[in-house]
Design a protein around this ligand. Sequence first.
Ligand SMILES: [Zn+2]
Length: 473
Amino acid sequence: MSRPKKKKSEQTDTGKTVRIACRYRAYPTDLQIHRMGNWLTSLCHLSNTAVAERKEAYRTTGKGLTYTAQQNALPAKRKQDPALRMVHSQVCQDSLQRVDKAYQKFFDDLKKKKAGQKVTVGYPRFKRFDKYKSFTFPQVWMNVTDKKTEITRQREIVKFSPLKPTKPNVRIKFAYITVPGIGALKIRLHRDIDWGSAKTVTVKRSASGDWYVSVSVEIPLKPSLSDNGKQTGVDVGLKKHAATSDGSYRGHPKFFRQSEAKLKKQQRSLAKKEKGSGNYKKQKAVLAKTHEHIANQREDFLHKLSLWLVVTYAYIAFEKLNISGMVQNPHLAKAILDAGWGTLIRFVTYKSVMLRGNSTVTVNPAYTTQDCSRCGYRVPKTLAERVHTCPRCGLTLCRDTNAARNIEHLAFGKSSNSEENMSYTVGTVYPDLVSVTPERKPVETGASAAPALAVSPVVEARKPRLKSHLSRG
Ligand SMILES: [Zn+2]
């Protein structure tokens, strides 16, 4: 793989667009909550019926149903079901689209499996009512043509009206998003939005009962960061969340473990309550809130880390992760899910596309931890060995940095003097990022003509709570 080349003219305006989603906290009234709850119940029923119909059609005729067939049957269904009739027709169609997508994925996975790829194939399932959490308006703007004048104009399906702050110097802004059939939903406008480019609107209920409105907007792609020529591999692990080629790294925050005691207590309290009782439901919401809090903390951390990576490096490479495979190790599963590497790669990729105009590269992870990043000699390591010491060229390096360099070389090729150019810049915004200046020590081994440079193993930022044998190799 070669490093992606970029023309200078592309750095400012690419003429391309990107889709991003902005999520806003909504504050619905009791009546709106009641209506939205009814919508979700009806849509869940509709989607389960759609799955059942497809199953039945396949059983009797040997052929599945298409989305078009199901969409055509929708008006008749809405006539029969008064609850479904309350739901906006496009929202119903979107629910059927979701079923169709699940089937497409199922058939794609089946094909991949037949071709010999390692994939888990899951047949689309029936959803439980409390697991059906969101509904989507697939269109915000609709073209309407007047039959007499034949003039086409755009009509809003979902409307947006920002509210002026009640007092001067008040930064908190609110807005109303008027959803047909539900009413004007009040949202906290923590970030401005260009409503003219809004594409879809999704209303979502969280497990703890909070409501959110997600608006996807299409914005022009205008990378704002200039090419600093810096490239890096990123090694993700349990000891260090992310280590880069130049020795910088970010320790693992382990939010989940910090909140684990709290979770356990809340879980025990839930177990003591009678299932289905009012107190049970209350406690369940408390528990869901804690889970959401942890998820928010994790997301916040990953956003900051990914931004730091994209601002610091113009070209970033990761290893291709097989998270579902890794989670099968029961000792590591919790820590791996807690780490959220997949999310990190996703965040870095979209931020890199938006701010730099280029994507990230993923490489084959085979032997990235074992091979020497300077001479390529394979040095087998146990999971507990934190330092890479090469018997052939004498390179001594933190194992994660060594892996990060291997990833960089696989993605972008080996640059001639990468070790001399090592810059140990640390993001000032994120004080937890700790790196250590390399000490230049004379190396006794005369076997190699390579420049004698030994880097002292990087000192751990924080004592890891996990035992060393739990770290990923
Ligand atoms: Zn070596």
